[in-house]
Design a protein around this ligand. Structure first.
Ligand SMILES: Nc1ncnc2c1ncn2[C@@H]1O[C@H](COP(=O)(O)OP(=O)(O)OP(=O)(O)O)[C@@H](O)[C@H]1O
Length: 250
């Protein structure tokens, strides 16, 4: 597929952004999959990352959360480099990820799954954290003592999201929250993501469902073969003919 043109967007100083990724390169063994990726996530915004299967979206999120090695480039939170920091140190810096495929701990109760997300928080704050998650997802309160493995896919996504929220994220990384879910459940998950953004949370959302992601994103990046091919306001990209043809099947 030919490279798409860049849509002009307002340049932003790295210090203004909550997250700055600059010239990031990463490889699996000797196969390079990210080729100098640069993105910014301003505080309080929802930024979407869309693109075809294998474009490198998950790898980029894993580089940001510190579980995938970086061979060049940098990751900064509020202008301060965290490139060399461990994944745990990044969680302490407020970077919390909801992984692709949810990865709930099936034999553990819903409440214990949620508590695992709070390991960086003082014990005194955990009850309040649980209360916030149960307010957001009442069904999890009702079923809090049941094993997470008995939940539906949508409810497991709520557990995965709630577990990340228990870490009190300054930056929430969401990897394919709609994957494998029925349309009605997807709409519900997207409603919650929008609501979190409206409370001022900063979110970087990776999604195959480009239409849903672009329609709620303040800003979005389109990835292609390990590079940023396009960027712009979510709604502008949604109207862009090339994006509609390549990613929305229109
Ligand atoms: N653990 C791995 N080992 C080797 N190659 C990998 C590994 N994980 C991903 N890749 C390769 O890296 C490239 C980028 O994959 P990545 O999962 O980051 O893409 P993606 O845009 O998130 O796609 P998807 O939507 O399918 O998850 C692909 O070519 C993929 O095959």
């Amino acid at each position: 597929m030919r490279a798409l043109a860049i849509i002009e967007s307002k340049p932003q100083a790295a210090g203004d952004a909550l997250l700055t990724v600059d010239g990031l390169t990463s490889a699996y063994s000797r196969i390079q999959v990210l080729h100098g990726v640069s993105i910014q996530v301003p505080p309080g915004e929802l930024v979407a990352l869309v693109g075809a299967n294998g474009a490198g979206k998950t790898t980029l999120l894993r580089c940001i959360s510190g579980v995938q090695p970086i061979s060049a480039g940098s990751v900064l939170m509020q202008g301060k480099p965290i490139t060399g920091a461990s994944a745990d140190a990044r969680v302490r810096a407020g970077v919390c990820q909801v992984p692709e495929g949810r990865h709930v701990f099936a034999p553990m109760t819903i409440e214990d799954n949620l508590r695992m997300g709070a390991h960086t928080r003082p014990a005194a704050e955990i009850a309040d954290g649980l209360e916030e998650v149960f307010t957001l997802f009442p069904v999890l309160r009702e079923r809090r003592h049941q094993p997470a493995g008995v939940l539906s896919g949508g409810q497991q996504q709520m557990v995965a999201l709630g577990r990340a929220l228990m870490g009190k994220p300054r930056l929430l990384l969401l990897d394919e929250p709609s994957m494998g879910l029925a349309p009605l459940i997807v709409a519900d998950i997207f409603r919650i993501i929008r609501m979190l953004r409206d409370t001022g949370m900063t979110i970087l959302l990776v999604e195959q469902n480009a239409r849903a992601a672009l329609s709620i994103a303040d800003h979005a990046y389109v990835m292609e073969s390990g590079r940023i091919a396009l960027q712009g306001r979510g709604r502008d990209l949604l109207k862009n003919d090339e994006v509609r043809r390549a990613y929305l099947g229109m």
